[in-house]
Design a protein around this ligand. Structure first.
Ligand SMILES: Cc1cc2nc3c(=O)[nH]c(=O)nc-3n(C[C@H](O)[C@H](O)[C@H](O)COP(=O)(O)OP(=O)(O)OC[C@H]3O[C@@H](n4cnc5c(N)ncnc54)[C@H](O)[C@@H]3O)c2cc1C
Length: 455
């Protein structure tokens, strides 16, 4: 295929899909779009396949510029409009009653009086509360949206090549050349790399080969906390996703991805690594809430490979758990003793993730992260916040880590790199960290490609 007028997208996560749908909406011919996706239509890995990590997520749409990435740094005042466009991109693919129900949730989890009460409790505990408007779609609706996206693209003639792993991209022909692991090659006038977190290693390698300047972002490592849903209700009933931040020993630490009435699950990376995550199925309440507690580590000189540190943590935990996640009760973590089945049995809650094996999370984490996480957990267990958290009602799972550490150093407001017509979007680019901003970044690129094609 010659590059002439072709738009090739690597990765069919929310960023890549939003780029394609937006470009078509802005008049770009659908038959000149190709999406390359290493996973299948429905993928068990939870981080790959059509829809990306988004397809299997529980679809909490966080409608805030300050949460879920740094896209605003690039697009500035466009951000509020983009958030509205993203909302349309999801709700337009749902049936009318569901659409109305979700629209009616606007503002519900940003109650100012409740927010002020939580903020006061945070001040007393030495924490900060970041209020956020949020629409929790839930996994089932999120899947319906992704199915709708698939049908939309297929019906308009977009080539969606599943189980097609891109091994390399670089300058070639009169534009960009993409080579796939099966030996196939494509040329593109416009190329969007949107491979998400699971494509991080692939991206790092290609950025290096192309010779683009890169910068390291922070790494996030920590634990997933599972506790009684009643214990978190004072916060989840009014915020759904409570975003609490702390600064301990000068280190940032925060809650992330709260799943009320949810379950803990496994996500798999290419390199045979596995980590934990969470989801809420509104139709299947569990009586538990889970959320991540993440220590953000900003590594600079002389460390030139921070992402390897995060991977090392994941790998060590996987070794300790014999390729299974580890679970530990809070009392044993606090006592610096490993958990055994007898401890899990004595805990007031049962783990929702069956395949997690009892162990010692401290053996996988560095000492500083352990101290930071422990102190933050105690701060969360304060009046007006998660009272009773540091008890035998709480389990910790590992490894929980987020990989998005290297990004192109220079991206324009259209997310174009220093090389003409080479764009980056989504979590793999290091610019975003959630569904809304990843989708918004795809919209930015889709719009620009359509504009250039038309001019
Ligand atoms: C279990 C889970 C729950 C989550 N819940 C939420 C939530 O409720 N709210 C929220 O805001 N965020 C949530 N997230 C995060 C959210 O899913 C991501 O932020 C979002 O999907 C990022 O979109 P993306 O398009 O950048 O990347 P991804 O969704 O990761 O998609 C990238 C795609 O690129 C493909 N790819 C990678 N490398 C290659 C290659 N070499 N060749 C071809 N294809 C490749 C991958 O297979 C993948 O399908 C969750 C994530 C997980 C895993």
């Amino acid at each position: 295929m010659s590059a002439d007028g072709q738009f090739v997208i690597i990765g069919s996560g929310p960023a890549g899909i939003a780029a394609a749908i937006t470009a078509i909406g802005d008049g770009f011919p659908a038959e000149r779009i190709t999406i390359l996706e290493k996973g299948g239509r429905h993928d068990e890995s939870r981080v790959s396949g059509f829809g990306g990590a988004g397809a299997n997520s529980d679809g909490k749409l966080v409608l805030e510029s300050e949460i879920g990435g740094e896209l605003e740094t690039y697009v500035g005042g466009e951000m509020p409009g983009l958030i509205e466009d993203v909302l349309g991109l999801y709700l337009d693919f749902l049936e009318q009653p569901a659409r109305e129900r979700y629209e009616g949730m606007r503002g519900r989890f940003r109650d100012e009086r409740a927010g002020a009460r939580i903020q006061r409790a945070c001040i007393r505990a030495g924490l900060a509360y970041i209020p956020g408007d949020i629409i929790p779609l839930g996994t089932a609706s999120c899947r319906r949206v992704v199915d709708g996206w698939f049908e939309f693209l297929r019906d308009r003639g977009v080539r969606v090549l599943l189980e097609t792993r891109v091994s390399h991209f670089g300058a070639g022909g009169d534009g960009w050349r993409v080579t796939c692991e099966d030996g196939g090659a494509l040329e593109a006038r416009w190329l969007l790399a949107a491979p998400g977190r699971s494509g991080h290693q692939f991206l790092v390698q290609n950025l290096d080969e192309i010779g683009l300047d890169t910068v390291h972002g922070p790494i996030d490592i920590g634990v997933r906390v599972e506790t009684d849903a009643d214990l978190t209700r004072p916060l989840t009933d009014v915020t759904w996703e409570f975003k609490l931040r702390g600064m301990i020993e000068g280190e940032p630490v925060r809650t992330f991805c709260v799943c009320p009435e949810g379950s803990v699950l496994v996500e798999r990376y290419d390199t045979d690594l596995l980590a934990v995550n969470g989801q809420t199925l509104p139709e299947r309440e569990t009586g538990r809430t889970n959320f991540a507690v993440l220590h953000t580590i900003n590594l600079d000189e002389p460390c030139d490979r921070p992402n390897e540190l995060a991977q090392l943590y994941i790998r060590t935990a996987n070794i300790l758990g014999a390729r299974n996640p580890i679970v530990q009760t809070w009392p044993r973590f606090e006592a610096r003793r490993r958990s055994r089945w007898s401890d899990i049995e004595k805990c007031f809650i049962r783990p929702t993730l069956d395949r997690a094996l009892p162990g010692d999370i401290r053996l996988a984490l560095n000492a500083k992260s352990c101290r930071v996480l422990e102190a933050f957990m105690r701060a969360l267990d304060s009046d007006g916040l998660l009272e009773g958290l540091c008890s035998n009602r709480t389990l910790l799972y590992a490894p929980e880590a987020k990989l998005y550490t290297i990004r192109p150093a220079h991206l324009t407001e259209h997310l174009e790199s220093e090389r003409e017509n080479l764009f980056f979007a989504g979590d793999g680019s290091g610019v975003t960290r959630g569904l809304v901003q990843a989708s918004a970044s795809g919209i930015v690129v889709g719009r620009e490609v359509a504009r250039r094609a038309a001019s």
